[in-house]
Design a protein around this ligand. Structure first.
Ligand code: 3HC
Length: 678
C-alpha cells in the first residue's frame, strides 16, 4: 500500500506531506512515513530545512483513536516527535484546520510553527479521558509557560491560531492560500540559525515560582471537572514539567497516560466519541440522500421553548419567522430572546454586532400565512394532541409543498399528528431540550411515513445548529423521557417506602448527575400540571402543592431554600411524605444507598433494552448519546448502556430480580449469552 506520506524537494527545503483522510490521524503508516522523511532530510546534503504539512481539510487531528487498546506497531508517536526535535536541520510545522492531540504534539516537537489564521490548536485528550501521551504536557509548558498550558491540557478546548500566537505556541501567521510556500520560505529563513528545541526551554518556571497556580486553577474549574480523572492527571503532569528534567517529566506523563488508558473512564469516553458520530448515521438511509435546502425556518410559539429553538437557527445565520397568537406574547417572547443574546454578549461570548445580526434575522408575526415560504416549520405549542393536530392541519394548508413540518412534542405520537396533514412523509419530530438554546441534544423522531430526505435533512441541520442528534422511533416519551419515567417511578416509590428524598438525590449526585429528581422537580416547579384543588391529594407532589410548597420559586418545595437558593431538607416534607405513605398503606423501612442506586438505574437499563428490542433506537450507543446530552448522565461512565456493560448485564438482571422489578426478555437473553449492549 502506498504510504500516506510523500516528500518533495523545494530547493534546499524538504516538504513532508501527509495525505491520510479524513483528518490525517497519526496511524502507524503516517508515523513511519514521518520518521522516514526526517531521516531522508538528514541524509540529503542538498536539504537544509524541513516543512511538515498535511493535505486535505486539516493538519494531523491526533493519534489514531481506532488503534487505542491494540498492540503498538511501528515507531511510537513519542519516538517520532523525538526524531523531529533532534533534527539538525530546522523543522517547521505548517498548520491548517485543527492541530489536535498528537497533531499538536508533532507541532510542538517541530522547531517552529506557522499557521493560517483559521487554524485551531489544542490538546483535547481529556475529552477522551486521557492526557497527551507524546510529551505534550512536557513540551507545551516549556514553550508557553505553565499558566497558559494548564487550560489547554486540562480543559481540552482548542484555541484559534491568533490566540496561539499570542501565547507563543505559533511563531507566525501566514496567508490562507499560501501556507505551503510561506512555510517553506519561513524554513529557509531559519537556515544557519540556532535551533530552538522545545524540550530545552524554561518558560515553565512560572509554575515553580508560583506553585499556587495549580491549586487556584483546580479551585476555579472544580465544578466542571467533578468526577473526571484525567484533568487532575493533566494538572499533575504540567506541574511535573516545572519540577523535573524533561526525560523524567516524560516518564511521569507516560505513567499517568498508561493508567488512564487502562481505566474505565477513558474506555467510556472513547466509546462516547464514536457513539456521537455513529448517532448521526441512519442505517437504512443512504449517505448520499439528496437534502432539502432549509433557507428559512418558521417557529410556532414564542414561549421559552419556541424562543430557545428559534435562537439556534438565528445563531447559525438562518432566518426565522416566529408566530404567536397575541401581540403581547409575541413581544414578550422576542424580548426574552434579545435579553438572552445580550447576556451572552455581556459575558463576552458574542459581540454587539452579532446580537444585532441574529435579531435582524428574526421576523415576528401573528399570521399563519407568513409561514408559507418556510422550508421547515417547527411547532412548540401546548402538549395536547388536539391542539397539535389543529396546528398541523393549518400548516398543511398554508405552508408550501415540499417543506418539512416538525413537532417539538416530548411524548406525543408523531404518526397520529401526521394524520392531520396530507403530507405525512414530511412530518417529523424534533424534540429539543430546555433551555433549547443551550442543551446539546436533539431527539429526532422518525414517524412511520417520514421520508428519507426529511430525516437526512434533519440530521444535517442538527449539526449546523450545533446540536448532537439521535434518532428515535415513535413510542411514548421516545428514548429519553421513556427511560426517565422508569427512574421517576422508582424515586417516587422509594420515598414512600422510607428512603429520605434527599438521599435519593444524593445517590444520583454521587453517581455524577448534576441534580437528582426531587431537586429537578423543585427547579421546574411542582405545580406544573397541578389541578389546584388542595383537598384532592393523590400523590406526594399534590400534598406539597396543597401546602403551598411549589418549588424553588416559592422558596420551598421538597427542600427549603434560602435567599441564595441553597437547599436544606425539610422536616415538614419528611412528615408529609410519612403521613401520605401511611395513608396509602406503605410500611417505612431503612433503605441503603446501594438499593436506591440499583432501583433508580437498573430499570432504566431494562427500558433501554426494550427500546432496542422494539427497534425504537438504532443502536445502544444512540441511547447513551441521548442520556449524556439531554439528561446529564455522567460522560465518564459512557451513558446508561455502556455503564450497564461495565457493571455486567448479569449483575443488572440479578439486581432487578432482587428488588422484584421486571426484566425484559432481551436483557435477560443478552445477560445469559454473556453479551454486551454496546
Ligand atoms: N482517530 C481516528 N479517527 C478519527 C479521529 C482520530 N483522532 N478524529 C476523527 N476521526 C474520524 C471520525 O470518527 C469520523 O469518522 P466517520 O466519518 O467514520 O464517522 C471522521 O474522522 C470525521 O470526524 P468528524 O465527523 O468528527 O469530523 P469533523 O470535521 O466534525 O471534526 C475533528 C474533525 C475536529 C478533527 C474531530 O474529528 C475531532 O475532534 N477528532 C478528535 C481529535 C482528538 O481527540 N485528538 C486527540 C486524539 S488522542 C491523542 O492524540 C493521544 C496522543 O496524545 C498520544
Amino acid at each position: 500500500m502506498a504510504s500516506p506520506i510523500s516528500t518533495e524537494k523545494h530547493g534546499n527545503v524538504l516538504v513532508i506531506s501527509s495525505d491520510n483522510p479524513p483528518v490525517n490521524a497519526l496511524g502507524q503508516a503516517v508515523r513511519e512515513g514521518l520518521k522516514n522523511g526526517i531521516e531522508q532530510a538528514a541524509s540529503d546534503n542538498e536539504i537544509e530545512a524541513v516543512v511538515i504539512r498535511c493535505d486535505g481539510r486539516t493538519f494531523f487531528a491526533g493519534a489514531d483513536i481506532t488503534e487505542f487498546g491494540k498492540a503498538p506497531k511501528g515507531p511510537s508517536l513519542p519516538e517520532v516527535c523525538d526524531a523531529i526535535e533532534a533534527s539538525e536541520k530546522p523543522v517547521v510545522a505548517a498548520i491548517h484546520g485543527t492541530a489536535l492531540g498528537g497533531g499538536c504534539e508533532i507541532a510542538l516537537a517541530c522547531h517552529y510553527r506557522v499557521a493560517v489564521p483559521s487554524a485551531k490548536l489544542g490538546l483535547p485528550e481529556v475529552k477522551l479521558g486521557l492526557i497527551p501521551g507524546a510529551a505534550g504536557t512536557q513540551r507545551l509548558p516549556r514553550l508557553v509557560g505553565a499558566e497558559a498550558a494548564l487550560p489547554l491540557v486540562v480543559m481540552g478546548n482548542p484555541i484559534p491560531a491568533k490566540k496561539a500566537q499570542a501565547i507563543g505556541l505559533v511563531d507566525e501567521l501566514v496567508g490562507e492560500g499560501s501556507l505551503a510556500q510561506d512555510a517553506a520560505e519561513f524554513a529557509r529563513s531559519k537556515v544557519g540559525a540556532d535551533i530552538p528545541r522545545t524540550s530545552e526551554m524554561t518558560n515553565n518556571q512560572d509554575g515553580v515560582k508560583n506553585p499556587d497556580l495549580f491549586d487556584e486553577f483546580r479551585a476555579k474549574n472544580g465544578r466542571k471537572l467533578r468526577g473526571f480523572d484525567a484533568p487532575n492527571a493533566g494538572i499533575e503532569a504540567v506541574k511535573a514539567a516545572g519540577e523535573m528534567a524533561f526525560e523524567d517529566g516524560v516518564k511521569k506523563e507516560r505513567e499517568l497516560f498508561a493508567k488512564l488508558m487502562g481505566g474505565t473512564q477513558s474506555a467510556a469516553m472513547r466509546h462516547y466519541f464514536f457513539a456521537e458520530r455513529a448517532a448521526n448515521k441512519i442505517d437504512d438511509v443512504p449517505a448520499d440522500t439528496p437534502l432539502i435546502d432549509v433557507k428559512k425556518v418558521g417557529i410556532i410559539g414564542a414561549g421559552t421553548m419556541g424562543g430557545g429553538i428559534a435562537m439556534n437557527f438565528l445563531s447559525a445565520g438562518i432566518p426565522v419567522t416566529i408566530l404567536e397568537m397575541k401581540q403581547d406574547a409575541l413581544d414578550r417572547g422576542t424580548g426574552t430572546m434579545r435579553k438572552n443574546y445580550e447576556n451572552t454578549a455581556k459575558r463576552g461570548r458574542m459581540t454587539e454586532e452579532q446580537v444585532e445580526g441574529a435579531m435582524g434575522l428574526l421576523t415576528p408575526t401573528l399570521e399563519y400565512d407568513d409561514l408559507a415560504d418556510c422550508d421547515l416549520v417547527i411547532e412548540a405549542v401546548y402538549e395536547n394532541m388536539d391542539v397539535k393536530k389543529e396546528v398541523f392541519a393549518k400548516l398543511d394548508e398554508v405552508v408550501k409543498d415540499g417543506a418539512i413540518l416538525a413537532s417539538n412534542t416530548s411524548y406525543l405520537d408523531i404518526d397520529e399528528i401526521a394524520t392531520a396533514t396530507d403530507r405525512p412523509g414530511y412530518v417529523i419530530g424534533l424534540h429539543f431540550f430546555s433551555p433549547a438554546n443551550v442543551m446539546k441534544l436533539l431527539e429526532v423522531v422518525r414517524g412511520e411515513k417520514t421520508r428519507d430526505d426529511v430525516l437526512a435533512t434533519a440530521m444535517k441541520l442538527s449539526k449546523k445548529i450545533g446540536k448532537v442528534a439521535a434518532v428515535s422511533g415513535v413510542c411514548p416519551g421516545f428514548i429519553g423521557n421513556r427511560m426517565l419515567s422508569k427512574r421517576q417511578e422508582q424515586a417516587n416509590q422509594l420515598i414512600l417506602e422510607g428512603a429520605n428524598y434527599w438521599e435519593v438525590d444524593e445517590v444520583l449526585l454521587d453517581f455524577g448527575f448534576p441534580m437528582g429528581p426531587f431537586q429537578m422537580g423543585d427547579l421546574a416547579g411542582l405545580d406544573i400540571g397541578w389541578h389546584r384543588d388542595p383537598s384532592k391529594v393523590t400523590t406526594v407532589r399534590e400534598a406539597l402543592c396543597a401546602k403551598g410548597r411549589f418549588g424553588q420559586k416559592a422558596g420551598k418545595g421538597f427542600y427549603d431554600y434560602d435567599d441564595a437558593r441553597q437547599r436544606t431538607p425539610s422536616d415538614e416534607v419528611k412528615q408529609i411524605i410519612a403521613d401520605f405513605a401511611e395513608k396509602e398503606g406503605n410500611a417505612q423501612r431503612d433503605i441503603s444507598k446501594d438499593e436506591i442506586r440499583e432501583r433508580l438505574l437498573y430499570p432504566m437499563v431494562n427500558e433501554g433494552a426494550k427500546i432496542l428490542e422494539e427497534g425504537m433506537a438504532q443502536r445502544a450507543s444512540d441511547i447513551d448519546v441521548v442520556w449524556i446530552n439531554g439528561y446529564g448522565w455522567p460522560l465518564y461512565t459512557g451513558g446508561p448502556m455502556f455503564w450497564a456493560d461495565t457493571v455486567g448485564l448479569d449483575t443488572v438482571v440479578a439486581g432487578l430480580e432482587k428488588h422484584g422489578l421486571p426484566v425484559s426478555d432481551y436483557l435477560r437473553a443478552k445477560a445469559q449469552k454473556g453479551e454486551r449492549l454496546t
